[in-house]
Each structure stands twice: as structure tokens, then as C-alpha cells.
Design a protein around this ligand. Sequence first.
Ligand code: INI
Length: 153
Amino acid sequence: MLYEGDFRTPAGRFALVAARFNAFVVDPLLAGARDALARHGVPDDRVDVIRVPGSFEIPLVAQRLAESRNYAAVICLGCIIRGETDHYDHVAGAATHGILNAGLKSGVPVIYGVLTCETLEQAIHRAGAKAGNKGFEAAVTAIETVNLLAKLA
Ligand code: INI
């Protein structure tokens, strides 16, 4: 037997946790994620947007939302750009591990739509310019994972 997620309209609500830091990149990711959900038949009234200060704050909030059992999936959106200090490594590492742990702890798909980039140009390319929109991709991944888990239940 092969089990695979599909892209049919899933049941349930979706949470989008989006950082305000680097909002000019995160806002297009958010728009991309909303667009992907709408195109897959998830109406706007089943989508909640939760803004947090920065990517470092995403895991705590994502975990709280996932553990509430109110959401089929939690989609995390942020943008971390390497600067001149090692701050990037700490924020990126904490956000990445925290988002992974929120999913593992809750059993609810918590999707990683956080850009970790060397330059602002790379980030812009991944937020709808040359390299697609990672927010759109994160929402499609959420739908596939929700539908896969439903099949495995
Ligand atoms: N937060 C980001 O989302 N992206 C960044 O690039 C970033 N940098 O570079 O500092 C960033 N920092 C803020 C951090 O997420 C927290 O909000 C802050 O440290 C307070 O906890």
C-alpha cells in the first residue's frame, strides 16, 4: 500500500503565524499562503492570521495554537536575513528547532515557511519574485500533510 497526501480541500481551520520582523518580505509570504489555501477551497473564514514580533516568537505561539486542537495545521511564516553578527544563527536555529518541536509535541502539522537567507535579494526572490513564493508552498505542504495524516488515522 502506498499512502500519500493529496490536494483535496481539507476540513478544519488553518492558522498562519507570521512574524512582523522583515514584514516587507513576510507580508508577500502571507499573501501567498492565503492564496494557496483559497485556491485549494479553504474559505477565508476558516483561516486565522496571528502576527508575532519576530521569528524567534513563532514556536511558542505555534505550539499553543497546535495544542489547542482548533486547527488542522499551523503554518509558520518568517524571514531571517544574515547580518554582521551571529544573531542570525541563534534566531534561525531557535525558530527552526522550535517549529519542528511544536509539530512533534502536538501531533498537528506545524509547517516551516521561514526563509533563512544570506541576503535581502535572496529573500525577495523567495517571496514571490524569481524563486516562487515559499508562503504558497508552505500552505500547499500543509494541505498535503493534513490529508496524509487523515489517511493514516
Ligand atoms: N527576527 C526575524 O524574524 N528575522 C530576523 O532577521 C531577525 N534578526 O535578524 O534579528 C529577527 N530578530 C528578532 C527576533 O526574532 C526576536 O523578535 C527578538 O530577538 C525578541 O525576542
